[in-house]
Structures are given as C-alpha cells and as structure tokens.
Design a protein around this ligand. Structure first.
Ligand SMILES: Nc1ncnc2c1ncn2[C@@H]1O[C@H](COP(=O)(O)OP(=O)(O)OP(=O)(O)O)[C@@H](O)[C@H]1O
Length: 253
C-alpha cells in the first residue's frame, strides 16, 4: 500500500522553478485557523524575502505565529491567502502530492524532538528521504547516508536504533537526515530546545557552516544568544513580522 503510494509520488510532475535570487519569498501571507471558538488569524499578511545562503533566526513570544509561518514555507500547512515562493516554486499552488515530492527534494526539516523513526536504525533513518523521493541509486544511498553521518560525527552509531543515542546525537542524525537529498533550504523549528547549551552551540556552528556552503537556513528559536549568532533575526509578534534586523542591531534595542 505504502509502496504503491510512494511509486505514485515518484511520477508526480512539478512546475519548473522560476529563476530567482530569493530562497524564500512570502507576499501578503495570511493564515486563519477555524476552531470551535471561531476564526483566529495567526498570520496577518506577512511579506518576507530570504536570500539564498542566508542563516535567519525567527524569534518571538510563544503563540506569536513562528511555527505557523514555518509551516507555510515547508508546505506542511497552507496559507489562507497570499503567496509562498521557495527557490522559484509557487508552493501555494501545488497539489498535496506535488507538495510531498517538492518538500522531499527541496526542504530539509529539523524538529525539536528529532522525530526519528524508533524502529529503524540510524542509517535507515537517514536513507529514508532518499528512498521516499527515489533519489540516487540504491548503493549510493547507503554510501551517502554514511558520509552524512560522518559529517555530523555520529557514523559510529549508524547501526544502532535512535533510542540508544543521546539527545545531541539524535539531533545530529536528524540534521544528517534533513540533508539527505541535498536540499537548498533547511528549516529548523526549535532544533536546540531539547539540548544542553554546549550541544546547542555545536548545532548552531554546524548550521553556520552549512550556510557558508550555500544552504539557506531558517531557524525558529527562543534562545536569544543563539539567534544573535545567526546572520539575521526576524521577529514575529501577533502574526506579523515586526523586525527583520541584523543581530548587531537587535542586540542594541
Ligand atoms: N491548528 C491550529 N488550530 C487553531 N489555532 C492554532 C493552530 N495552530 C496554532 N494555532 C494558534 O495560532 C497562534 C500561533 O501559533 P504558533 O504555534 O504558530 O505560535 P509560535 O510562535 O510558534 O508559538 P510557540 O513558540 O509556543 O511554539 C497561537 O495562538 C496558536 O494557539
């Protein structure tokens, strides 16, 4: 059943991306949640441009709309209005199947609680996005997964189950997995929220290095010190972007 669905996805066509310098462009993005208590406008017309190779931290109080914003960019959820462009693809126009394929190839996602599959080995977890998108040959997938694990320093754990690794090691595996299909954009929602400060700092260094190599990184964080080490801080307040400053500027306001 799953295999049939996956092979169906492999044949899904995506619109050819437009040539653009921007990695992410949001225009007048709105998100309204409908609940039993009525409608709630979580995003109130967001305009935002992030260029390729930028490392951007997204900060803001709890409930301000950071995760909702990130979910619009990854296609995990859809905007009620406005446009979301990622690397020249109009994400807001894609079908559900197109979004699944597009995300697998274009966006690496890292979560606070790692979300590794507990019954697969570390190696299999990292190979999963390549299997899902039918990227690289079968032998190449394993080689590539091992080299990504080596890059994040956990290759010796490759044949263990995630539950046998520390939190910091699991997050490194999750980062390796997010890079499996060599996506141009990495989106991390509170990636260090469950890590001690030393491990969190190491994860941040790793993101900085990836940005230096040309990846675009968007990281939601509650940690102002870590945000200050990114290239740019975007502050979300009450469903709106209220500041998009350089860290130097933000640290003085
Ligand atoms: N599925 C949903 N249905 C209804 N309301 C939602 C839903 N998801 C989020 N919200 C509401 O939208 C607002 C923004 O939520 P969001 O999770 O984006 O904020 P956040 O800044 O990421 O918060 P946190 O830092 O606590 O994760 C909140 O008021 C939240 O309660």
């Amino acid at each position: 059943m799953l295999g049939k669905w996956l092979s169906g996805l492999v044949s899904v066509d995506l619109p050819p991306p437009l040539q653009t310098k921007a990695a992410v462009e949001l225009a007048a993005v709105r998100k309204i949640y409908t609940t039993g208590a009525g409608e709630f406008e979580a995003l109130k017309g967001i305009d935002l441009t992030v260029n390729a190779g930028e490392f951007v931290a997204v900060v803001g109080k709890s409930g301000s709309g950071k995760s909702t914003l990130i979910n619009m960019i990854t296609g995990i959820d859809r905007p009620t209005g406005g446009e979301v462009w990622v690397a020249g693809t109009p994400v807001h126009t894609l079908t559900e199947n197109q979004i699944a394929v597009w995300r697998g190839r274009t966006v690496g996602v890292v979560f606070q609680f790692f979300q590794l599959l507990p019954t697969l080995t570390v190696l299999e977890n990292v190979m999963l996005p390549m299997d899902f998108c039918n990227m690289y040959g079968l032998l190449e997938r394993q080689k590539r997964a091992l080299s990504l694990l080596e890059m994040v320093g956990v290759h010796e754990q490759a044949h263990k189950l995630p539950g046998n690794l520390s939190g910091g090691q699991q997050q490194r595996v999750a980062i390796a997995r997010s890079l499996a299909n060599d996506p141009p954009l990495l989106v991390a929602d509170e990636p260090t929220g469950n890590l001690d400060s030393k491990t969190a700092s190491a994860v941040l260094d790793f993101f900085k290095e990836l940005a230096r190599q040309g990846k675009t990184i968007l990281m939601v964080t509650h940690d102002n010190d870590l945000a200050g080490r990114s290239g740019r801080i975007i502050t979300v307040y009450d469903g709106q972007v209220v500041a998009a400053e350089t860290p130097e500027r933000v640290s003085h306001v």
